[in-house]
Design a protein around this ligand. Structure first.
Ligand code: MTE
Length: 303
């Protein structure tokens, strides 16, 4: 699954160029014969948006991954230390088939798709990312969710010797996140194992991370080593850190401001200094698909 490549980030750029290169390679039948340019085989998805993705360089050099430091450039500098093979994910709690699953087993017969999604950070910047992944529902169905389960709790690896940020107490490690079961089972919710057609870069959460495109980016927990099916709403890192500023739901919502800044608009990373800000979309543009999950809830309270 994890395919090494000689391509440099700076060689790989917007989708048009990338697509044409891919078509060229595929057309020449050279895909298998040219391991340096091998791509993960993933189907296109009806859930993808048609916007131009950010460049691979933007997506891999402007990151939040506090396990590797606080600055946007720290993960790109420090995450190369992380060993991602072997990797296993513990699945426990209210499931029929709990266990310590090797990543390869977990991904066996997972239908990989390319999902081009909007990605909106709570800090009011955004990107378009061409993820590769599979629906979390596929995995949950495979392990068998028991009737008492109402939430999924996720945890990131703790390995301070490879994650220098964990040598300090900037957060209460492990990084934790959670979803309500219906959110976890929604077809837009994916476990991503790559982007731009290649294995997930370490700084973006290798080898496997959550992506929930209608929620603020901090919900999309990286480098996941544990998923627990639980009956009660789990504790989550940023909510524990500051419950007033970071709710459990954290759905992208232009009408509910962060206590310290407006969420009505956002800055598209890489748009250039003259581009101006753009309006934030309700549920990050995915309202049609997900608004129904919150029918009857007051989103200014359940923020
Ligand atoms: N997951 C872990 N384990 N640690 C983190 O610090 N940061 C979150 C989220 N997942 C974070 C994490 C935040 S705040 C954002 S905006 C996204 O990852 C950033 O993802 P990206 O770097 O792939 O854009």
């Amino acid at each position: 699954m994890r395919i090494k490549t000689e391509l440099k980030w700076s060689d790989v750029t917007p989708k048009a160029a990338w697509l044409s290169r891919r078509q060229l390679i595929a057309g020449a039948g050279a895909l298998m014969a040219t391991p340096a340019l091998a791509k993960i085989d993933a189907a296109k998805s009806a859930y993808s948006i048609s916007d131009e993705p950010n460049t691979l360089e933007q997506i891999t050099t402007y990151n939040n991954f506090y396990e590797f430091g606080l600055d946007k450039g720290d993960p790109a500098r420090n995450a190369r230390l992380l060993t991602t093979d072997p990797w296993s994910v513990k699945i426990d709690g209210l499931v029929d088939r709990p266990g310590n699953y090797d990543l390869a087993d977990l991904m066996k017969d997972a239908p990989l798709e390319e999902r081009i999604y909007r990605f909106r950070c709570v800090e009011a910047w955004s990107m378009i990312v061409p993820w590769i992944g599979f629906e979390l529902a596929h995995l949950l169905n495979k392990v068998g969710v028991q009737p008492g389960a109402k939430y999924v709790a996720f945890e990131t690896l703790v390995r301070p010797e490879e994650m220098p940020g964990q040598q300090t107490a900037i957060l209460d490690w492990p990084y934790r996140e959670g979803l309500r079961l219906d959110e976890a089972m929604h077809p837009l919710t994916i476990m991503a194992t790559g982007l731009y057609g290649e294995a997930m870069p370490n700084q973006n959460g290798a080898p496997i991370r959550l992506v929930v495109p209608w929620k603020y980016g901090f919900k999309s927990i990286k480098s996941v080593v544990r998923m627990s099916l639980v009956a009660e709403q789990p504790q989550t890192t940023w909510n524990m850190q500051n419950p007033r500023e970071y709710g459990f739901y954290s759905n992208v919502n232009p009408e509910v401001d962060h206590p310290r800044w407006s969420q009505a608009s956002e800055r598209r990373v890489g748009a250039g200094i003259f581009a101006g800000r753009q309006d934030t979309l309700m549920f990050n543009g995915y309202a049609e698909q997900v608004a129904g999950l919150y029918a009857g809830q007051d989103l200014s309270k359940d923020y």
